[in-house]
Design a protein around this ligand. Sequence first.
Ligand SMILES: Nc1ncnc2c1ncn2[C@@H]1O[C@H](COP(=O)(O)OP(=O)(O)OP(=O)(O)O)[C@@H](O)[C@H]1O
Ligand SMILES: [Mg+2]
Length: 382
Amino acid sequence: MARKKQEGYLSGREARRISRENRRITNAFEKRRKRKNVPESEYRTTMRDAGNAVEFDDLHTCFFTDAGTVKAVDGVSFEVPTGKTVGVVGESGCGKSVTSLSLMQLLQRPQGQVVSGAIRLNMGDRAYDVTKAPNEVLQQIRGNIVSMIFQEPMTALNPVFRIGEQINEVIELHDGEGRSEEDVKARTLELLEMVGIANAGGVYRMFPHELSGGMRQRVVIAMALACNPRVIIADEPTTALDVTIQAQILDLLRQLKDRINSSIMFITHDLGVIAEMADYVVVMYAGRVVEKGTADDIFHHPAHPYTIGLMASKPVVGRRTDKLYSIPGKVPNPINMPDYCYFKDRCEMCVAACSGAYPAQISLSDTHKVSCWRFHGEEERS
Ligand SMILES: Nc1ncnc2c1ncn2[C@@H]1O[C@H](COP(=O)(O)OP(=O)(O)OP(=O)(O)O)[C@@H](O)[C@H]1O
Ligand SMILES: [Mg+2]
C-alpha cells in the first residue's frame, strides 16, 4: 500500500489501462495517416504571410507512453521567413527536436503524434499543412522541400556503403527522373565540391570511417542539399565537432543557404552559435515558446527571466567572473505540468500574478513577444 502512494508509481492494472487507452488513440491517428488517395483539399492551406517558408501554429505534439502522456510540444507558434535563419534555443528536453521532427513527420511512431495545431509549409505555388498530409505526400516533401542535417554524422551515414553511392541514392530517389548514371555521379561530385571537399573524386570512393568528423559532417550537408530544399533543419549540426571545424561548417552553411536561397531552422544550446547564425531567435522552455524576436531583441533586450538566465550563464570574452551563473532548479516533469507558469518554481523575478494561470503571450514590439506576467498590465494581473 505504501508503495502505491509514491509519486510516479503505477500499479500493473493502471499501466495496462493506460497502454490500452494509448493504443486506441494512436491507432486512430495511424489509420488516418495511412489512407490512400486523400483529396488535396484536406491538407491544402494558405500561408498567413506569403513571405514565410514555414509557420508553426499552436502545435501540440504528444508521446503516448505507458507511464502517461508526455506533452513534448505544448502550443508552439513561430514562423521561419524565406531566406532567413531562425535559431531555436532552450535546455535539453524542452522540445526543440520534437518540433523539428513534427515538421518532417518523423516522430517515433506510433507513440509520437501531432494531436492538434498546424504546420504550414510554403511550396512556392501552394501551401500544405504537413500535419494533415498523408504518407504519400510526405515522402515527396522530405528531402525535396524540407531536409535535415543531424547532429551525429556517423549515425546519419551508412557505414557499409561508399560516400558516392549514398549521395547518388538521395539524388536518384528525389531528383532522378531523366538523369543517367553519369549525370547522377556528376551531380554528386559537384555537391562534394560545393561543401568544400577538395578531393571529391577520392572521397566519392571512400567509406564513412575513412573520413574525419568534419568531412563526414560536410558529406551529410551535401546530402541534405542534394535537391535544393526550401527549408533546412539543422539539429545541433556542430556539437560533435571541435571549434575550428565548427566555425568552418557554420560559414559553409551560411554561404550555401544564400546560394540556394533556403531558410534554416537552426537548433542548438550554444548561444554563441545562435549569435553568429540567426536572424530570429525562438526560446523554448518545457515544450512552449517563452520568448521570440529578432537576434537583436533577444541578445540585447532579453525579457523572459529564463532568457535572461541563459544570457547570464554564457561566458563573455574579457569579463572576469569566478563562477558562471546557472539557473537554479530543474524542468518540471513533462507528464505532470503545473497549471501556473512552468518557469515559476525556478524564477527569481516572480510577481504576485505568477501563481495564477500560465501567462499569455504579450508583444513588446512588432517582432518581440514574451510570455511572462511581469509585462502584463496591473488590471490583467489581478
Ligand atoms: N520517443 C519518445 N518517447 C517519449 N518521450 C519522448 C520521446 N522523444 C522525446 N520525448 C520527450 O519529449 C521532450 C522533448 O524532447 P526533445 O528531444 O525535443 O528535446 P530537445 O529540446 O531536442 O533536447 P536536446 O537539447 O537534449 O536535444 C522530452 O521531455 C523527452 O523526454
Ligand atoms: Mg534535440
